[in-house]
Design a protein around this ligand. Structure first.
Ligand code: MOS
Length: 735
């Protein structure tokens, strides 16, 4: 068994230095000030009143008892909350995660909807008052989930902007002719983000200028979206969020709470601090929606895949057609010439879902990679060999070549390290005392996205530098990587570089989503460095010569601002300055570029109790240039761990009758603890890709995509039971 914690990786070919995080010490010693910690003078405290019914109308509020509480400043409901303009659903070109204003009227569209805000002198008084508010509802029956009565199913291609279902060849013909066939259904549950830093909002007005302190993966989006809602010049809105205490999609797109709190603060002329509870966070933020999949795979006698049909059903709200759309990944994964696919969106009485780490790939690749394992078995071929046989260097849908692809190399590296050759392919044949042992594997992939970015870089005569970019470090190591890019460009130690991020006073960076911060933000930083160097005639002197050069130029510092946009992008930077995702119109993927990986899992399942353990997991990944092997390894390790969590633990249970989340707290929403996670091994497979920006594909989301299927496939190998619905819990194995 590999060491529980492998040493800092030795950089391989096309990898940068394994520098430690420059903000790491500050974080682990508790010195870091997060947006949620921001002190404001003379604050008031907000507590949310949220709907206790899953659908209906508010007949009446009884606020008398709440208002009578000493220290209550004001109570807002739909009857008196300041009106805000619509900032439009982000997928339709707007800013917010839902077009639905929860306090616009007496209508309740989902459980947990914000229907009131109590403002008081202390948090405790606000909470006390909120619990004294009596709400009289006219409730209606909600449709809670994908299979509930009363939902409405629509084709994504008809309602989701820019979405086209993927088709190639002639599926029906190939399916009819296939020698080996598999038809199977898969399902993934609702999952909720639980970052350590809650979904807080702190606002302060100074005259007509608004400052927002809020954990965000996109401060320029928040700035512009709130300005739109409040009808003010975005120049008057500042968002401060130097670090993010966990996010991974949940803080990517602004929610309705910020505009509500900002408008209230303007009206009461006091700063407001909102800290929704952990439970309220399950409703005021977004979540990974449940999905279902129908897959058909056909192959010829030699194990070559000839036909794939992938239908996906995804839950959304009544208000917004949020689309996940992972068939983009599954239809281009293997050399399958005949493809048909369709994404269906199911509208239910829930809040609008949103991003969670690898939003499309996690559910869709779970379905495909389980099906591939099942198909390999039907064909009598080892699953690693099966993927080799069906590997492709071009998209079977568009015919376009991938910029680079080392999926097979990842399988080779991971299977060797894991000891796959020791696997007895016979199901249920491996044992360790009372425990059934299973080995399983799956592929992972994630597209190499980029969006527009800008940055400012300053060089001082003493050889120190500063980089400013309103990008975000959501715990990924982005701060360190931006610093490394500057250190490398100027050939100075990393310790001489100051990195400033996460603040709208800085040049706009991209949303910290889609695994694109390094390639996009890094490209802007690199461009700014190049402009600084150009000021020195393209040869930067060092030491005393640098000081002399500054003297000769008669300047204090040399500072340059640079803009960068993906190749073929038009208007990307202009759009970024309006706080919209510059890739939203499809311009973010000018190249067909994916990062790939292979994940191998060993499971132990107790033969009688069916308790499931994962003693080890090994992943090998090829993601282009690795800027920092240490932070890269951490990200991928985190992905593998979240993947195990997703496979075995995580699910938001939904009360079918009330359309509420049952386990809406971190006592009952299960995540792994240290005892659940044993050996995690990350292998960085060297890869050079000259076609993509920075040569880097992004690693933030790659790690957790394949894990669900790898675990499910290992469970099958151990037990002979194909569990096609996540999470794989003991009850599903007891038959
Ligand atoms: Mo991510 S789910 O793109 O933060």
């Amino acid at each position: 068994m590999a060491d529980y914690s492998a040493p800092v990786p030795v950089p391989g070919k096309n990898m940068g230095k394994a520098d430690a995080r420059i903000e790491g010490r500050e974080k682990v010693t508790g010195a870091t000030v997060y947006a949620s910690d921001a002190p404001v003078a003379n604050p008031t405290f907000a507590y949310l009143i949220t709907a206790s019914v899953g659908r209906g109308k508010i007949r009446k509020f009884d606020l008398a008892e709440a208002k009578a509480l000493p220290g209550v400043v004001a109570i807002f409901t739909h009857e008196n909350v300041p009106k805000r303009a619509d900032a439009e659903f982000f997928s339709d070109g707007g800013w917010v995660n839902t077009s639905f204003d929860p306090m616009e009227s007496a209508e309740v569209r989902f459980a947990g909807q914000i229907i009131g805000v109590v403002i008081a002198e202390t948090y405790e008084i606000a909470r006390d008052a909120a619990h004294r508010v009596v709400v009289d509802y006219a409730p209606a029956e909600p449709s809670a989930s994908l299979l509930s009565h009363g939902t409405e199913t629509v084709d994504a291609a008809k309602v989701a902007k820019g979405w086209k279902d993927k088709e190639a060849g002639n599926f029906d013909k190939a399916w009819a002719a296939a020698a080996v066939k598999l038809e199977a259904g898969y399902a993934t549950p609702t999952q909720h983000h639980n970052p350590i830093e809650l979904f807080t909002t702190t606002v302060a007005w100074h005259g007509d200028e608004l400052t927002i302190y809020e954990p965000s993966q996109f401060v320029w989006g928040l700035k512009n979206g709130v300005a739109k809602q409040l009808g003010i010049d975005p120049e008057k809105v500042m968002v401060v969020n130097p670090f993010v205490g966990g996010a991974f999609g949940s803080k990517g797109i602004m929610t309705q709470r910020t505009g509500i709190i900002a408008a209230i603060a303007r009206e009461i002329r006091r700063p407001v601090k909102l800290v929704p509870t952990r439970t309220q966070g399950f409703y005021v933020s977004t979540y990974r929606a449940e999905t279902r999949h129908a897959i058909k795979l056909g192959a010829d006698k030699s194990g070559r895949l000839t036909a794939l049909s992938h239908d996906g059903w995804e839950l959304t709200s009544r208000s917004d057609d949020y689309k996940v759309g992972g068939t983009e990944a599954t239809t281009q994964m293997y050399a399958i010439p005949n493809v048909t696919s369709k994404v269906h969106i199911v509208r239910a009485d829930r809040q609008t879902p949103g991003f969670m780490r690898s939003p499309p790939e996690v559910p869709y690749m779970f379905a495909l990679e389980c099906a591939i394992d099942e198909m390999a078995e039907k064909c009598g071929i080892d699953p690693v060999e099966f993927r080799r046989i069906n590997d492709t260097m071009k998209s079977p849908v568009s015919g376009e070549k991938f910029t680079s692809r080392h999926l097979v190399e990842c399988f080779d590296a991971a299977s060797t390290a894991f000891g796959w050759s020791k696997r007895n392919p016979k199901v249920g044949s491996m044992r360790d005392g009372d425990w059934l042992v299973g080995y399983g594997c799956a592929a992972t992939c994630y597209p190499a996205n980029t969006m527009a970015a800008t940055a400012r870089v300053r060089l001082s005569p003493d050889g120190s530098a500063r980089v400013q970019i309103a990008a975000h470090d959501v715990g990924t190591g982005a701060t360190t990587v931006m610093g490394q890019i500057v250190a490398e460009a100027f050939d100075i130690p990393l310790s001489k570089v100051t990195v400033e991020m996460g603040d709208t006073r800085l040049p706009p960076g991209p949303v910290a989503g889609g695994s694109q911060t390094t390639a996009s933000g890094g490209s802007a930083v690199k461009a700014a460095c190049d402009k600084v160097i150009a000021r020195f005639g393209n040869r930067l002197p060092s030491g005393p010569a640098l000081e002399a050069a500054f003297k000769k130029m008669n300047t204090g510092v040399v500072e340059e601002y640079a803009e960068w946009a993906p190749p073929k992008s038009t208007g990307g930077v202009a759009k970024l300055y309006t706080g919209r995702m510059s890739g939203a119109e499809g311009e973010e993927k000018p190249l067909l570029a994916y990062a790939y990986g292979a994940e191998f899992v060993e499971v132990h399942i107790h033969s009688r109790t069916k308790e499931i353990r994962v003693p080890r997991i090994t992943g090998a990944f090829a993601g282009g240039r690795i800027m920092n092997p240490r932070t890269a390894r951490s990200q991928l390790m985190g992905g593998l761990i979240w993947g195990i969590s997703s496979a075995l633990h995580e699910a938001t249970e939904i009360d079918e009758k009330r359309a509420r989340y049952v386990n809406d707290n971190i006592a009952e929403y299960l995540i792994p603890v240290n005892a659940d996670i044993r050996s995690v091994e990350v292998i960085l497979v060297p890869e050079v890709d000259d076609q993509i920006p920075m040569g880097a594909k992004g690693l933030g989301e790659l790690g957790n995509v394949g894990t669900n299927a790898a675990v499910a496939n290992a469970v099958y190998h151990a037990t002979g039971q194909r569990i096609r619905e996540l999470p794989i819990t003991i009850d599903k194995l007891i038959v």
